[in-house]
Design a protein around this ligand. Sequence first.
Ligand SMILES: [Zn+2]
Length: 389
Amino acid sequence: MAAALGRLRGLLAAAGPAASNGRPWGRLSPPGTRLLGQSCHRPAPAGPRAGPEPGGGGLPEGVEYIPTRKKGKNPMKPVGVAWYSLYAHTRLGYLFYQRQVKKARERYPHGHSMPQPRCFLGVKILPIPVLSNNYSYLVIDTGSGQAAVIDPSDPLAVQAAIEEEGVVLEAIFCTHKHWDHSGGNAALRQRHSSCKVYGSALDSIPELTNPLADREKVSVGCLTFEALATPGHTVGHMVYVLDGGPFGGPSCLFSGDLLFLAGCGRLFEGSPETMLASLDMAVGLGDETLLWPGHEYALECLTFARLLELDNPALEQKLQWAMQQRQEKRSTCPSTLGEEQAYNPFLRTHRPELQAALELRQGKEEHPDAFRARVLKEVRRRKDLYKAT
Ligand SMILES: [Zn+2]
């Protein structure tokens, strides 16, 4: 989403002044009605659609919500904040998303990457490449045929996977409100009327039926998912952890825009301190945990990371591997959280070599976490500039 924000300017001009009327849907019916064709024209049940309530009870204990515009706390420039606001809070964002979907379907009729499913005893995880670099994930309890999908941004692609696998969609887990993660919720809900939509009430997630609190667990067939509140990218960002215990495999982290292979999400609605706390929570899930991110950003992130750490063999090795994978259009996920700590600069804020590369030093009175947040802020700032060039 972040890379495309600049292109909103053109769309704003094309859409005219009525486009930004302050209401996400304008006067049209919820999006997706048209996307899945005539066979699913059941009226959508009106699920609760809670607005963001910063400072509400959905944040993990000890995490302070810091609004985007608080001076000195957010690295985004005022212009970036204005465009982000249009994307996230007006109908313009939805129009932009629709155009993204259309373009991506034309450009990548078979998806931007070759999906590589992972199977464990009784569970199948199927990445679904959508838009130009997003991933949705279909997670199947193979015993019962019950399934959940994470971040279904293109409902047609997700529906095709559901039909091919012959499964019943029980749940949508939405990491956050951005259209490239939530845009398919309405269409899938219409097609699968018993399917529940899970997410944080702090984000305006379309069709949200079951708001989740931090650490709340949800079962789908034999599968158990735990929701973890991870604010920073958005105030209500949540990640979902599939417990690997029952099927004797590693746990799986579906990280949305919190964490990517060698990268992390932009700080649209939170401070570096908030994002650091969320990243620390992810790392605490254990080295063996598989990371299934919301985007295929590996090459860009690894190339950026190498600018900061020239002498990191793990980083170099992963970059070579990722180049090979991407040449063959193969997906780079999953990695493991253990691996990520060896090369992902956003998880290495405690490392002296990274701090030295950024020419940052801990102040005498400075708390270690405050210093790490400062390191994170600087890495993020440089990444934002790197992406813009
Ligand atoms: Zn996002």
